[in-house]
Design a protein around this ligand. Structure first.
Ligand SMILES: Nc1ncnc2c1ncn2[C@@H]1O[C@H](COP(=O)(O)OP(=O)(O)OP(=O)(O)O)[C@@H](O)[C@H]1O
Ligand SMILES: [Mg+2]
Length: 327
């Protein structure tokens, strides 16, 4: 397994108290595999990713418990210097907002080339040639002419391609893309997503794709992890989850996708709000919003029930997963 996150906990110590942002996350992704991570705002998707990348704000963040195994090695036990090496060469992250991730006063070619100069000790000239090649790979037209231009001279979609190029530069084994297309308009979103999926296959990388867009997930992901209040409430191979969700929260998310055949109909939205992470309700965190909740849901934290075993195990953290699956 390329990456395995085990029982990860992350908390933030704030003036108001301890915010429990991640509460026992387990997920894994293999080479060539795409794991999509879904969930409402504040469910801990980005914080989990930041912990994996080793870019969590600490303090106020703290990891009281858990393991992050990368190629079998627990990254949480590494010294900062070793950690930096893994981060630079073996994993890369793509963020939503390319403009704030790129340096406005350096040309795109300089920023891409920098990767090769710093990490591979290339000459400036060779690094520039590599930069042009990368820009070609992410299909930026006229790469040779545009390599000297600055980020603001590119469109949003092109900038996001440059971010992908930066991430690919050192041929990492794992890419984490945190809502990589959210800031783009719909047609450009699809193009950028297709490109990312294609490169991921070509390079045989593991990809963790954080997204709100269930439509995208169906096209590119192998498996899905649905997060709620810092936990994964359902994990499943992608096709099975669309057929029949095994958690009422997943059902709510699926029911809130607009469908072409139901134009004009009102969209179902999950009632209520995600919990305050300073005071997560006892029992199942989703119980106050759950249409299926019973007494046991208000008292007992559901374990991860195995729904199916093979080939990719499917799990649900719902006491009534069977009813949900068949309802
Ligand atoms: N540096 C920080 N200090 C304090 N709290 C933080 C910090 N970073 C994140 N949090 C809290 O951790 C929780 C989880 O945040 P996270 O960014 O992982 O959510 P998310 O699932 O990525 O949401 P979104 O879909 O909006 O990106 C949030 O309540 C957030 O306020
Ligand atoms: Mg986020």
């Amino acid at each position: 397994m390329l990456l395995e996150v085990r029982d990860l906990h992350v908390e933030f110590h704030t003036r108001e108290g301890v915010a429990k942002a991640v509460n026992g996350v387990n997920y894994s992704v293999d080479a060539g595999e795409t794991l999509a991570v879904l969930g409402e705002s504040g469910s801990g998707k980005s914080v989990t990713a930041q912990a994996v990348m080793g870019i969590l704000d600490m303090p106020p963040g703290r990891i009281p418990k858990g393991e992050i195994l990368f190629q079998g090695q627990d990254l949480l036990t590494l010294k900062e210097e070793e950690r930096r090496k893994v981060r630079g060469a073996k994993m890369a992250m793509i963020f939503q907002d390319a403009l704030s991730s790129l340096n406005p006063v350096l040309s795109v070619g300089e920023q891409l080339g920098e990767m090769f100069i710093v990490h591979k000790g290339m000459s400036k000239k060779d690094a520039r040639a590599q930069a042009v090649e990368l820009m070609d790979r992410v299909r930026i037209p006229a790469a040779k002419e545009r390599v000297g231009q600055y980020p603001h001279q590119f469109s949003g979609g092109m900038r996001q391609r440059i971010m992908i190029a930066m991430a690919l530069a050192l041929e990492p084994e794992l890419i984490i893309a945190d809502e990589p297309t959210t800031a783009l308009d719909v047609t450009v979103q699809a193009q950028v997503m297709d490109l990312l999926a294609e490169l991921q296959r070509e390079y045989n990388m593991g990809l963790i794709l954080i997204t709100h867009d269930l439509g995208v997930v169906a096209d590119v992901a192998d498996k899905i992890a649905v997060m709620y209040a810092g936990r994964i409430v359902e994990q499943s191979p992608v096709h099975e989850i669309y057929k029949a969700p095994a958690h009422p929260y997943t059902r709510g998310l699926l029911d809130s996708i607009p469908r072409l055949d139901q134009k004009g109909q009102e969209l179902y939205a999950i009632k209520g709000l995600p919990p305050n992470l300073l005071a997560i309700p006892p029992g199942c965190a989703f119980n106050p919003r759950c249409p299926m909740a019973q007494d046991v849901c208000r008292t007992d934290v559901p374990p991860l029930y195995p729904v199916t075993e093979s080939p990719v195990p499917r799990t649900s953290a719902c006491h009534f997963w069977k009813e949900c699956l068949h309802g």
